[in-house]
Design a protein around this ligand. Structure first.
Ligand SMILES: [Zn+2]
Length: 172
């Protein structure tokens, strides 16, 4: 969810909590049944009602993934996602994957283990945050229309993981 959509939704939840759902607006009922607010220090975050987990805006995703990735000691995709999923509702494994792919520390570690591959100079990685933000934006944007973030980003279906199982196992 991009930042302007997020603050719009947040204001809307606040309004509904104060004045009640607008009877002529069906979406108000959907909003009030789906979301809640939680106060954290001086500001509010949106809560996913059913799961009780926090929904993050796009600009907050980066920092949350970064914190979890560091807390797991530059852990892999699954460990980082697992930690995030305890608290946050809208962070996917694909987003974590995108983050780890641009993590300087992990890139250096990966490259060091491959013989003969020149380690990328740090300077070349300076733009990672911008790239990451762009990638997250793409994945958030497309997550609402039924395509996987990977598919949305690269235009093809992800070929690792579950999608890689043999297509047909039927016996004749
Ligand atoms: Zn890392």
């Amino acid at each position: 969810m991009n930042d302007s959509d997020y603050s719009e939704l947040l204001q809307r939840i606040k309004r509904i909590r104060e004045t009640g759902p607008n009877t002529s607006n069906k979406n108000d009922y959907y909003v009030v049944n789906t979301y809640d607010l939680q106060r954290i220090e001086s500001s509010f975050v949106i809560l996913h009602k059913r799961s009780g987990k926090i929904i993050l805006s796009l600009s907050e995703c980066y920092d949350a993934i970064k914190a979890a990735h560091q807390r797991t000691g530059h852990g892999g995709r699954q460990a980082t996602t697992k930690l995030l999923n305890e608290k946050y509702y809208n962070l996917t494994q694909e987003m974590v994957k995108l983050f780890i792919e641009t993590c300087e520390n992990c890139q250096l570690k990966r490259n060091k283990t491959k013989k003969g591959i020149v380690v990328k100079p740090i300077g070349a990685l300076a733009c990672c945050r911008a790239t990451m933000a762009e990638n997250l934006q793409t994945s958030c944007f497309h997550s609402g229309i039924g395509r996987s973030p990977y598919e949305a980003l690269y235009g093809v279906k992800c070929r690792d993981g579950l999608n890689n199982f043999p297509i047909s196992t039927e016996k004749n």
